[in-house]
Design a protein around this ligand. Structure first.
Ligand SMILES: [Zn+2]
Length: 70
């Protein structure tokens, strides 16, 4: 019989935000992050990047008359 539940073995993975080693277990509700803080940071960066892209498009149209690239 091979009824060994391998899921009970904690896997060590790096946190996507701070690269800190953390255990991937069912007890860690913030996985794949090491903490709620890292989870929020990751979400914040994603939202901020999206905001920058939106603002960039607006900036290009408003500065089309200026040619200071040379
Ligand atoms: Zn972290």
């Amino acid at each position: 019989m091979t009824d060994v539940i391998q899921a009970e073995t904690a896997r060590i993975i790096p946190c996507p935000t701070c690269q800190k080693a953390m255990e991937w277990t069912s007890k860690n509700i913030y996985r794949p992050f090491c903490s709620e803080r890292c989870k929020l940071i990751d979400f914040g960066e994603w939202a901020d990047e999206r905001h920058v892209i939106s603002g960039d498009n607006r900036d290009i149209s408003s500065t089309s008359a200026e040619e200071e690239f040379d």
